[in-house]
Design a protein around this ligand. Sequence first.
Ligand code: HEM
Length: 293
Amino acid sequence: MNRAAPPAHFFSADLLPWTDRAGRLSWLKLITLIFCLAPIALMTYKGMAGMWSAKPLTALIRETGDWAVRFIALSLLITPLRYASRWNRLILIRRMLGLTALAYTLIHVILYVIDREFALLTILFDLVLRLYLTLGLIATLILIALGITSNSYWIGRLGAAKWNKLHLWTYPAALLSLLHVFLVIRLNGFEASLISGLLVLFAGFRYLRQSPDPAAPLKLLALAILAGLLTAMIEVIFYQLATGVDPMRVLRANLDFSYEIRPSWWVFLLGVTLTAIALIERAWTARTKSRTA
Ligand code: HEM
């Protein structure tokens, strides 16, 4: 391949966030785009309605950080969902979700710099000396590299296999982001535990992809159970380290549905939903085949 000349599709229509690769309007992409922009609308509304706390900048740093992590998780959900449903068009929105995660991360970092009043030297020291910031910085750099290479030009230049390998770095980026978050949050580890559990589920699916039929319903069900259990363990470890609370109390909370359904159950539920989607898809395909035979 000629590396000097970018392929003709460098500026292809699929760069537009609402068209498919043929340049036609894609409702799936358009709805996803609206969903990706919704947090900005929500934050603006909160600001205008005076719903921010006494420290609006800190609140915004937290909110943009939260959305960055959520969008990383959503981008990682696409592959298991695509395999389970065999709805290949889902691939159209994976890049958009990943780039949205990057956008919220960059806004998060810019707000942090503004909050520190552009004291660049202090910021530099903080980034090196404070572990949670160092982890956040490394995650950000990985996300930037992934963002830069998220286009047809880089897929063409690297080739699909190398490009896919490079984009596995989304997992370390997600892991580092979560460590950054766990070190920042003090008491409520609900969302961080939930997203860590989802990461376990998606990484587990990545592992299953080495096997012949990764979306086999029984495999997905086993993965759902395992990911649910590991999520409970992550929550136990977080509360033990952060507050010293008795691990048995945290574990028991997983069986008490009167107050709140714990992250482990939500992770399990998503795994079961993927299993159900795979089962329905297979039953549907079998029915269509037997009808046409
Ligand atoms: C150079 C990179 C980064 C810097 C300087 C940075 C800075 C910060 C700071 C100062 C806070 C604490 C805010 C507070 O409670 O006072 C924070 C929290 C947070 N950051 Fe970052 N961050 C970076 C990268 C990231 C990345 C890559 C992600 C995720 C993709 C992320 C997600 C979060 C989240 C979710 C929180 C906690 C929000 C909450 O308390 O609900 N950060 N970050």
